[in-house]
Write a protein that binds this ligand. Sequence first.
Ligand code: UD1
Length: 341
Amino acid sequence: MKEILVTGGLGYIGSHTVVALAEAGFRPVIIDDLSNSRREVLDGIAQITGFRPAFYAYDLRRRHQVKEVFEAHPDLAGIIHFAASKYVGESVEKPLLYYENNICSLLNLLNEALAAGVHPFIFSSSCTVYGEPEQLPVTEDMPVQPATSPYGNTKQIDEEILRDTAAVEPLRVIALRYFNPIGAHPSALIGELPVGVPQNLVPFITQTAAGLRDELKIFGNDYPTPDGTAIRDYIHVMDLAEAHVTALNRLLEGRNKENFEVFNIGTGKGSSVMEVVKTFIEETGVDLPYRITGRRPGDVTAVWADTTRARKELGWTARRTMAQALRDAWQWEKKVRNIEK
Ligand code: UD1
């Protein structure tokens, strides 16, 4: 069984990917600094998969810690790098934290990976690199727009670091540009559990439905969209997790066509904030107090993925619906809050 290093493996997307990896016969090894995750996530992973991955509560900014993990696991077959700070608003307040955490960590990881001869590398990128796209759906060839936040900038810089390195080193990289991951594992044993007040839409919805928040604020209904609310491409986190396994296998089997490849990972379908809210209410039957407020600075009007390249080249498409993702997110929230309804 091949060992795969998963950084940020106790986080939201990381933990679901660890499950998908274990179910595909890999042995994930996790590094996570627990800055936006919890150690108990390991129990959920173990319950679902019957396998308890090796875990290091390490900080990738400390190079000696990264080196130690590569020394402890000399047979690593590949790396999936999730560990990063991810909040657009916070990144504006704390740019140095974002540049240090999202860029120094990548540099340390790459230096140690190359020293250890581990070359397959999957990177968590984001549709944020497209900014406000000129055409929809957005394809991978569309221009990367100047970043509007330090967070977005770190994703662009990290892609450049990886592209430049893969041009001269034996590194083989796939950058997955995620659209909006939502939902939870259907077992409700793992899910999204942000530390503090949620910034993203679906955890805010489920926490409001659970009574932790008074009301959901819908940020703007004056966008040039059919119902006036902003449009995103919401993808079930298990579909996204499986995309990582598919991309990893492409690299392990040497089927990549370039040493730096980029794929959009979304459903190809855009949904408005209001559609998400309505679907949540329909699917769960739960009351969800909401109110329209002003736009959130930095938000784009609409973005959804052209998924042709992922389908044709990777052989991957999203299989689950938004409704299913919202039901799974709600099951998870209820489990976490001990709600019986
Ligand atoms: C953003 C980034 C994405 C990043 C992600 C991580 C873009 C296009 N996307 O996603 O790259 O990885 O953050 O945090 O920059 N909304 C509300 N009320 C709320 C919360 C959100 O109305 O309480 C609305 C937002 O205005 C937006 C939609 O819901 O229209 C989705 O918001 P969110 O879940 O925060 O994701 P993005 O901003 O799309």
